[in-house]
Structures are given as structure tokens and as C-alpha cells.
Write a protein that binds this ligand. Structure first.
Ligand code: ATP
Ligand code: MG
Length: 554
């Protein structure tokens, strides 16, 4: 498996560190916050962290960042999905799954150490005052009146905080760094706070704790405790690195990991924040975290994307420090490229209209033998029955504007894998829609039977009306009408992001597993949806994975 890191700046750093013998074995980690399912942005981070570990024969931990109170039930569901998605992407973590909450005692111990070193203090300012005292980029901050408490006083108060004597927002532990620092992050950042919602819900993990470390405090210590060598995160943590290093340099921890930042993945016409994704789910605008329209790994899997295509995509976009916006077609081309290699070619009609072959007897039947894959004949053959009533796609007989193609009777059509036909007449209903097409077919070579001036211009796909299977197609479009939906993303939700079509497919599709990819010739790549239940509904539910790129002759 190719890794995403082959041309990354991170690899350059690692190579030079290896030369200088900086570390024995590389050790990375993937630290998701369990507030939702993983998305393709996480896939970038997974391919990077696990990919580096694999390339340099090191290790990569999976650490659930669960130092905050989280509802138990959703916690378990999210952790389960995180593990499943990482494995599905083809990676495995070193040893057991780690939980940052297991390090609570150590976080507390190091906080006490900072207090003892006069590098942390308990502050009684409320949250608004803390913000006000901190100043901004243009104005330096000012010291809290509680900044110079004695070590004893601080220790006593911190102990009381831990035992739950205070309300949320009234008291916190802050690092004593520099309120005049040009870096906002160093203006006495909060290390520990109280969360009162813990008291209210019965269904919470970490309920026994009254105080919770901030992300910045817990993250660097967790990395150090696990012996992480390279802590890779996204660019918005660039400034936090100063605090990361400050904390590790001021506590008695031997191992000092280093943080490196890379740009996060931004993909057009979708949103990637779990907060936004869960809003779409809560508002029932999409079905669940596994909705095939979502950029979640589980949604993409259900839609038919392969793990290889996602890894290929991550490899293609690379790892840089430049913020960039990636077009959806980059991802789609990776999906097509991978699916093309092994997807069986099938026939299915999305907009069926009946085609009647007038010069063929009703009980006549031809057995066709067809390669399952034109380029990979090792995949074997399949059988199809051909008879006088077929379904074809009505759009093959219409012009782009929806009118009947005036050259219809001039043209000849070739039925894919079968015979050539010539249209005799077309029947239309009251609304002028095509309802039936009558034609004649030729069994013999073209010259012997048909007018030579006519050429078989178009190859069309078909399904036997007698043997075809009913199918409901789910055709997916962009989730949003804007390439970058921003904070107002709900407003640009694409109400046509999923279109349903009632069509018909060849009976061989009954042998397919749910999720197994196939190509519907001239249409695209598809798979049977995980919820499809043919025995109950006598129709297949089929997801469109990705359309085919239009070829020149279409
Ligand atoms: P979101 O805001 O999308 O919910 P997050 O950053 O809060 O994501 P975490 O669960 O904390 O999600 O992320 C776990 C890891 O995945 C982090 O190391 C984070 O940097 C990385 N990650 C998250 N989103 C992206 C992205 N879009 N591109 C690259 N890496 C990402
Ligand atoms: Mg986030």
C-alpha cells in the first residue's frame, strides 16, 4: 500500500531526525474526540499517522480523547464506529485502544507540580472577566488579582475544586505564564475547569470527576505518557504548540514529544465538522451518520467507495502546510479508478420504457454469454436471456431538451452484447411521454438486412422485461449547493442531494452481496444498499457510488 507521506514535509523532518538518531522508534497517535463518526478529513490524518508508523516500522496508537464528560451510550457507539472505520481503511493501532481519561490521576499530579513550582494558580475570576483580562492582539493582558496566591492556598483550593465544592465557571486552574505575551495562548491559559452538567445526567462517563483538564493540558501529557515521538495535528493548533512545549518543559516528565502541524482537508460541496454533521442528522435532513451523501467514512463505505480509493485520494492530495480546497472530482476520480479494476459490468435501466421487437416471437429466447469484465476476463462470464420485450432507457431516444430525437428512425441502435435494431414506431401517452417503442432486430450481419446508409450509431443498454428485477435507485448529488457552505450551511442544503428512480436491473444482480460494487454499463458504479431487503419488497435498493465519466460518443 502506498503511503501518503512519500512527498510530505513531515517525511523530510523524520528522515533527517533518523540520521541524527533522535529517537529509537517512531511513535505516532490518532486522537479522535468521540463526538461523532469519522469523516474523510480524519482519513487524511489516519493515513498520515498510521502510514508513517508503517513506513518507518514504528507504532501508532489509537487514543480516544475522552477527558470531557460524554454521554455513555453515544460514546460507546462512536468508539465502536471509530475502531471499525480505522480497520476498514486498512490500519491497526498498537496494543490496546488508549483512553485519555485513564490518565486523570497523572494530569492531576502534574497540575499539582506546576502549582508547587509557582507555575499555576487557582483563579476566582469568572469566565467573562478572564476573557477581558486576557486582552487581545492589540492590547496586552493584565494580571488576575488572584495570580499571586501562595502555593499552600492554591493547593488547598485546587483540592477543594477536585472534591466538587465549587460551581462551574466560578473557579479554575490557570498556568502562570505571561499576561503580556504577544501570543494569546500564553496569557495564563486555563488548565482545569469544573463542568456542572456532570451532576445532571445519569448516563455519563467520567462522572466521578468534578474537574476536567483542558485539551491543551491533557493532550501534551497524554502524548508524553504514551511515548509519542511525533504529534501530528492540523494547522489551527500552530500557536498551541507554544503551550504544548511550555507544559512539557515545566513538568517532571522525561519524554518530550514534538508537535508538527499540517493543513486540514477541505472538500468542496460538503461540510466536515462533526458538529455540523450532527446538526444535519438531528434535523433529519440526512438519515444518519451513515447516510451515503455524507463525507463520513461509514457513509462513503455504504455508498460504495472503497478503502483503497480513499487511501489513493489521501495519497494524491499529500500533506502540506498550505490551506487548500480540494474539488470533489479529485475524490471521485480515485473512486472510479479503483472500481474500474474489479467491478463486474451489469445492465440496469434507470428510466425504463418498453421496447417490443416485432420480428421476434413471443416465446423465442436467446441465451447470451457475456464477460463479467471486458478488461479482466479472468473474472469469468455471466448468462443473460434475450427476448422480444425489453426495457431500455427513454433518454436514449430523446434530445437533450426532452423532445423526441427527430433522427430516431434514421438511426440504428445496437443493443449492448446483443443485436442491432431499427425503430419502427413510437407510442406516446396523453402527456406525450414515450410509452412503447416498436422495433425490428436483425440477427444477420448488417449488410444483408438493413439499409446500408444507416449506421449503428448508438449502443444502448437493456434489461429483459420478463426476467428483469425491480430496483429503486438512489442517485446522489452534492450535499450543498455552495462549494463552501460556511456557518450558514443549513441554508445551502441541496434538496436534490438524493433522487429516487424506479428502474429495472438484470437478474444476475440478485447474486450480489450488499455493498459489493458493480458497474451499470453507461451509467456508473453502484452497489446494493445495506438496508435493501429483496425478499420483503421484491425490489433492490441500489446506491449510485459515482457516475461514469462521459465518453466522447455519448
Ligand atoms: P471536526 O471539527 O471535524 O469534528 P476535530 O478536529 O474536532 O474534527 P477530532 O476527533 O478531534 O476532530 O480529530 C482527530 C484527529 O483528526 C485530529 O488529530 C485532527 O487534527 C484530525 N482531523 C480532523 N479533521 C481533519 C481534517 N479535515 N483534515 C485533516 N485532519 C483532520
Ligand atoms: Mg472540532
Amino acid at each position: 500500500m502506498k503511503s501518503l507521506i512519500s512527498r510530505s514535509f513531515i517525511q523530510k523532518i523524520i528522515k533527517s531526525e533518523i540520521k541524527k538518531d533522535y529517537f529509537k522508534k517512531i511513535h505516532t497517535r490518532f486522537p479522535p474526540y468521540p463526538n461523532g463518526y469519522l469523516h474523510i478529513g480524519h482519513a487524511k490524518s489516519i493515513c498520515l499517522n498510521f502510514g508513517i508508523a508503517r513506513k518507518y516500522h514504528g507504532k501508532c496508537n489509537l487514543r480516544i480523547d475522552d477527558t470531557n464528560p460524554i454521554e455513555k451510550r453515544s460514546f460507546e457507539r462512536y468508539v465502536h464506529s471509530i475502531k471499525k472505520d480505522i480497520k476498514w481503511l486498512g490500519f491497526n493501532w498498537d496494543g490496546e485502544v488508549r483512553y485519555a481519561s485513564n490518565y486523570q490521576e497523572m494530569f492531576y499530579k502534574y497540575a499539582v507540580e506546576l502549582i508547587q513550582k509557582k507555575l499555576a494558580y487557582v483563579d476566582h475570576l469568572d469566565q467573562n472577566s478572564i476573557k477581558e483580562y486576557r486582552g487581545n492582539f492589540n492590547h496586552i493582558g493584565k494580571n488576575s488579582p488572584y495570580r499571586d496566591r501562595t502555593v499552600e492556598e492554591n493547593l488547598e483550593l485546587f483540592k477543594k475544586m477536585k472534591s466538587g465544592l465549587y460551581e462551574e465557571g466560578r473557579i479554575c486552574l490557570r498556568a502562570k505564564i505571561d499576561m503580556y505575551s504577544p501570543y494569546m495562548i500564553l496569557r495564563d491559559p486555563v488548565l482545569y475547569r469544573i463542568k456542572k452538567n456532570v451532576e445532571k445526567s445519569d448516563d455519563l462517563r467520567c462522572k466521578k470527576f468534578k474537574i476536567y483538564p483542558t485539551y491543551d493540558f491533557a493532550h501534551c501529557i497524554s502524548d508524553a505518557l504514551e511515548g509519542i515521538t511525533h504529534s501530528l495535528c492540523t494547522l489551527e493548533f500552530r500557536e498551541n504548540r507554544r503551550l504544548y512545549d511550555w507544559i512539557l518543559n515545566n513538568i517532571s516528565i522525561v519524554h518530550k514529544p514534538k508537535q508538527y502541524e499540517f493543513s486540514r482537508l477541505n472538500l468542496e460541496y460538503t461540510v466536515m465538522s462533526k458538529r455540523k454533521l450532527s446538526q444535519l442528522i438531528d434535523l433529519k435532513m440526512v438519515e444518519s451518520w451513515e447516510d451515503p451523501r455524507l463525507p463520513t467514512i461509514s457513509g462513503m463505505r455504504r455508498r460504495g467507495y472503497t478503502a483503497e480509493s480513499i487511501r489513493m485520494f489521501c495519497q494524491k492530495i499529500g500533506v502540506t502546510k498550505q490551506e487548500s480546497r480540494i474539488e470533489m472530482k479529485v475524490l471521485e476520480s480515485c473512486v472510479r479508478k479503483d472500481l474500474d479494476l474489479f467491478s463486474q459490468r451489469m445492465m440496469g435501466v434507470l428510466n425504463p420504457v418498453l421496447l417490443i421487437i416485432e420480428n421476434m416471437k413471443q416465446d423465442e429466447e436467446h441465451n447470451l454469454i457475456i464477460f463479467r469484465h471486458p478488461k479482466n476476463r479472468k473474472m469469468g462470464v455471466k448468462f443473460l436471456k434475450f427476448n422480444n420485450r425489453l426495457y431500455v432507457d427513454k433518454f436514449d431516444f430523446l434530445k437533450k431538451d426532452g423532445d423526441l430525437d427527430p433522427l430516431l428512425f434514421e438511426k440504428m441502435f445496437r443493443l449492448r452484447h446483443a443485436y442491432t435494431i431499427e425503430i419502427n414506431r413510437i407510442e406516446r401517452d396523453k402527456q406525450k411521454n414515450i410509452s412503447k417503442i416498436y422495433c425490428q432486430y436483425k440477427k444477420k450481419p448488417m449488410d444483408q438486412f438493413f439499409d446500408k446508409s444507416k449506421r449503428a450509431r448508438k449502443i444502448i443498454h437493456w434489461v429483459s422485461a420478463k426476467y428483469g428485477i425491480r430496483a429503486e435507485f438512489r442517485i446522489f448529488n452534492h450535499l450543498f449547493t455552495e462549494p463552501y457552505p460556511g456557518e450558514n450551511f443549513l441554508k445551502s442544503f441541496n434538496s436534490n442531494s438524493m433522487l429516487l428512480k424506479q428502474g429495472i436491473v438484470e437478474p444476475n444482480l440478485l447474486d450480489f452481496q450488499k455493498g459489493e460494487p458493480f458497474q451499470l454499463e453507461r451509467e456508473g458504479y453502484f452497489c446494493i444498499d445495506s438496508t435493501s431487503d429483496y425478499s420483503r419488497n421484491s425490489k433492490l435498493i441500489i446506491n449510485q457510488t459515482v457516475s461514469l465519466k462521459r465518453t466522447k460518443d455519448e
